[in-house]
Unconditional design. Sequence first.
Length: 59
Amino acid sequence: MIELARAFLAAAAEYFGWRKRVDLTPAEREAQASREKREEESKAIDQWIDSQNPKNPKP
């Protein structure tokens, strides 16, 4: 029963992003950092585009 609870909590942590970086392998940490960097850059680009086109907001 405890194993089932641990598996459930691990799945929930993964789903909600609660998994700590120390639980990740070095390759997983690098991939996550890269993904986060791309997301931040994408948001910054979207904000810049929105600032250049104030009359055409995103739906």
